[in-house]
Design a protein around this ligand. Structure first.
Ligand code: NAD
Ligand code: UFG
Length: 339
């Protein structure tokens, strides 16, 4: 069944890749974004890659009047809420802005959806809601924790708000997608992760060192209780993640209530595994040095993704080699990102 899907934050990294998957499958897409962390060029690239058009609204999702107008002018059947601020460190410096943006946008959407009779909601949550659990792999029934950053707490609070909204409204259907570590890019090399300023996350940092924009990678800690001493994460190709959203909108349309799913591969790779794979797959050199641990990092974090396979019919297919190859293909073809 094809649907008319609203993608908030659809000009961003995960939203743009999801837009491509949905358009390729024949869904209609409407995007709203305020470009607080993305560029209009992303929209041109989505059109170029898919050969399909979609409606775009430049607006803040916290703006009720703008959202009301959007829902009045479009027969939205499902909302995927990507829009949000996502930098862990920044969220400690400007927490109020993070709470205002991430929570207010969600509340505004819930109110507007109710008014317009839209019942299907997919939310970009994060593995961060598990806090620093020492049991791995993580399953959806494990307790969620409030340790971590204001960013992480916005995700946890939003999960709770959405769950409460479902308890009170038997028509509402919410899918909470707990992403692990998305990396990689569309195989065309025309869209990818385009962080502003110096990247916080591992793969964009590696790519920018490889392309010569940054002198060397600092590996934060090599004395963790992991096989090689560096932190272990569950990296997932962004295209696999995007495909998970296509399954999630089908699930939302045929279920009621709130349900959480891990979207990961179930395999943990260390920072050194990623660095070595990037060097090998792409045949390039990469300068790095070990540095002290980064505050807030946990030694290991990886998913049990079996619930998503069982109930959504989704499984990550792309390998770590695919992720490293596609990240580099994007970066080398767009050394300055999307301009
Ligand atoms: P991104 O910053 O590339 O995309 C988010 C988009 O939302 C941007 O285009 C930004 O301009 C837009 N936006 C933000 N606030 C807005 C608002 N109030 N109104 C309209 N547009 C707004 O981030 P991403 O990596 O694509 O992440 C998408 C979602 O997934 C976010 O909610 C993020 O917290 C979550 N997530 C990301 C990761 C990750 O590692 N990338 C991991 C777990 C969860
Ligand atoms: N790392 C380095 N050097 C860098 C950047 C990162 O060694 O320059 C290391 C980190 O210490 C960590 C690993 O690479 O061990 C991954 O770090 P990222 O910053 O790429 O990702 P995180 O696992 O810290 O966080 C990501 C998202 C968060 C989300 C979290 C859990 O950025 O938004 O996954 O889902 F909350």
């Amino acid at each position: 069944m094809t649907m008319n899907v609203l993608l908030t934050g659809g000009a961003g990294y995960i939203g743009s890749h999801t837009a491509i998957e949905l358009l390729d499958m024949g869904h209609s897409v409407v995007i709203v974004d305020n470009f607080s962390n993305s560029k209009p060029e992303a929209l041109n690239r989505i059109r170029e890659i898919t050969g399909k058009n979609f409606k775009f609204f430049e607006a803040d999702v916290c703006d009720s009047a703008a959202m009301d107008k959007l829902f009045s002018e479009n027969e939205i059947e499902c909302v995927i809420h990507f829009a949000g601020l996502k930098a862990v460190g920044e969220s400690c410096a400007i927490p109020v802005k993070y709470y205002r943006n991430n929570i207010d946008s969600t509340l505004t959407l819930l109110e507007t959806m109710k008014k317009h009779g839209v019942n299907n909601f997919v939310f970009s949550s994060s593995a961060t809601v598990y806090g620093d659990s020492d049991k791995m792999p993580l399953t959806e029934d494990m307790p969620t924790l409030t340790s971590g950053s204001p960013y992480g707490r916005t995700k946890l609070m939003i999960e709770q708000i959405l769950t409460d909204a479902c308890s009170a409204d038997p028509e509402l259907s919410v899918v909470l997608l707990r992403y692990f570590n998305p990396i990689g890019a569309h195989k065309s090399g025309r869209i990818g992760e385009d962080p502003s300023g110096i990247p916080n996350n591992l793969m964009p940092y590696i790519s920018q060192v490889a392309v010569g924009k940054l002198p060397k990678l600092g590996i934060f800690g090599n004395d963790y209780p992991t096989p090689d001493g560096t932190c272990v994460r569950d990296y997932i190709h962004v295209v696999d993640l995007a495909k998970g959203h296509a399954k999630a909108i089908d699930y939302a349309a045929s279920h009621k209530g709130a349900e959480a799913f891990n979207l990961g591969t179930g395999v943990g790779y260390s920072v050194l595994d990623i660095v070595n794979s990037f060097i090998k797959v792409n045949g390039i050199d990469l300068k790095y040095e070990f540095q002290p641990r980064r505050a807030g990092d946990i030694p290991e974090c990886y998913s049990d993704p079996s619930k998503a396979e069982r109930e959504l019919g989704w499984k990550a297919e792309r390998t770590i080699e695919d992720m490293c190859r596609d990240s580099w293909n994007w970066q080398k073809n767009n050394p300055n990102g999307l301009n």
